[in-house]
Design a protein around this ligand. Structure first.
Ligand code: HEM
Length: 443
């Protein structure tokens, strides 16, 4: 059993309300290690109102499970929260200090938001959409994709110099899932940097509450470019059918159900690119970070490949790339004895649930012998992550390939200099400089 890096409270007094407010302001140290704050919230204030979010923060596993079991009482329409793209678009559309162009782009977003999909939709629409896309994500399909994941991982290693320092985020963890999803969608992988910029726009407000006028202007420029590009791709597939995910979704039919409309499809493409990329990048880079900090762990994975699967699962639990998401009460209700009035938002902290001492013995430890099967890193219930098995297999292949093809791995900067992205929802390293040598290169 190995201690997960930087997860203990360190003996300092923690005031949950104050500390959580600092976290939402993206305090560097708290973003690096929010877990002691979560632990204190579970102990002292498991259902805690936060003015800044305008939501109750739910931190205990059982309370979160209760909410996830009941999508009728807890709507997903605003699952990404009060500062995600749609609420920002409402704000921009009403604010004349933004240019015509930015307001038109915000308006386009609001028109599309009339067609919520999957992560943002409720029953019965959600059930219909999920059934229509399920065929594209069967275990057989994912199995068929694996050689493709492996080829991409190998290609990324091939492109590295024989030895030196690489930023594992930029050179490996980011392009791997991005190339996978571009391949699935049948769009050119060499547009990766553009896709990254566009998808970054959709997540910018998630987990950041202090965007500037300029940030918001840039954000809507990117969302607009995304819609224009993918709108044209959908149009093109209608004229010239192609055997890719966009084609599969266009053709998806179910007895008695309306096929996906163009707006729904466009929203889904946003979701696949946004939900599927950054999260998987963050999982892969956090796994590499663990390995760099713990040579014994690295050696044991090299010795026994079967340990990689529990390692993926434990990193999902401990790091939770999606730290939490929101629901909105559709009726007066209560959680853990606290009244939640109709229309109130609740923030479900999956990352806190994943270290709840009531559920996990040694919750801050990486336990490869008894990996948890009940973590909430992919959510649970009706909205459980559609791409969970893709992410798991990508992460497995990423780690296997790295540890087999590279050696002499070391962190190339002092550990305190390793930076996290400034978000309290999307947890991930901004960069991870790593020293390495290729296994087959001369010393
Ligand atoms: C480590 C990687 C990933 C993490 C941590 C993650 C996390 C999550 C979480 C927590 C949810 C639940 C949302 C909720 O409770 O409201 C979710 C939903 C979803 N994820 Fe993922 N995800 C990952 C990778 C992927 C990939 C690779 C794809 C697609 C290729 C994907 C597509 C989706 C979709 C479409 C949903 C919405 C499902 C629904 O509401 O029915 N995700 N994801």
């Amino acid at each position: 059993m190995t201690t997960a890096p930087e997860t203990t409270a360190g003996g300092c007094p923690v005031h949950p309300q104050e500390q959580f407010a600092k976290l939402t302001m993206r305090d560097r140290d708290l973003v690096r290690c929010p877990f002691p704050v979560y632990a204190e919230m579970r102990r002292e204030a498991p259902v805690m109102w936060n003015d800044r979010l305008g939501a109750y923060i739910i931190s205990r596993y059982e309370d979160i499970r209760e909410v996830l079991r009941d999508p009728k009482t807890y709507s997903s329409l605003q699952a990404s929260g009060p500062t995600s793209v749609t609420p920002l678009a409402r704000q921009v559309e009403a604010d004349e200090s933004y240019s015509e162009e930015t307001r038109a782009a915000a308006h386009r977003r609001l028109e599309l938001a009339e067609y919520p999909v999957l992560i943002n939709s409720d029953p019965p629409e959600h059930k219909r959409q999920r059934a229509l896309v399920a065929a594209a994500f069967t275990p057989r399909r994912i199995k068929e994709m694996e050689p493709h994941f492996q080829a991409i991982a190998d290609d990324l290693i091939d492109k590295m110099a024989d030895e030196g320092v690489t930023d594992i985020v930029e050179d490996f963890a980011l392009p791997l899932p991005m190339t996978v999803i571009a391949g699935l969608l049948g769009v050119p992988a060499d547009m990766m940097h553009t896709f990254k910029e566009w998808t970054g726009a959709f997540t910018k407000g998630v987990g950041a509450m202090d965007l500037t006028h300029e940030d918001i202007t840039e954000l809507f420029k990117s969302t607009n470019a995304f819609y224009t590009y993918f709108g044209a791709e959908i149009e093109r597939r209608r004229k010239e059918p192609q055997d890719d995910l966009i084609g599969t979704l266009l053709d998806a039919r179910l007895d008695g159900e309306t096929p996906l409309g163009d707006e729904e499809l466009l929203q889904m493409l946003v979701l696949f690119l946004v939900a599927g990329n950054e999260t998987t990048t963050n999982l892969i880079s956090s796994m590499v970070y663990y390995l760099l900090k713990d040579p014994e762990l690295l050696a044991s994975l090299r010795e026994d490949e079967d340990l990689i699967t529990p390692f993926v699962e434990e990193c999902l639990r401990l790091e939770s790339p999606t730290q939490g998401l929101y629901r909105t009460a559709t009726t007066d209700t209560s959680i853990g004895g606290v009244d939640i009035p109709e229309g109130t938002m609740v923030f479900l902290m999956y990352a806190s649930a994943n270290r709840d001492e009531e559920i996990f013995s040694d919750p801050d430890e990486l336990d490869l012998e008894n990996p948890s099967t009940q973590h909430l890193a992919f959510g649970r219930g009706e909205h459980v992550c559609l791409g969970a098995n893709i992410a798991r297999r990508e992460a497995f292949i990423a780690v296997k390939t790295l540890i087999n093809r590279l050696t002499d791995l070391e962190l190339a900067v002092p550990d305190p200099e390793v930076e996290y992205q400034p978000s309290f929802i999307l947890r991930g390293l901004a960069t991870l400089p790593m020293r390495y040598r290729k296994v087959d290169s001369p010393r």
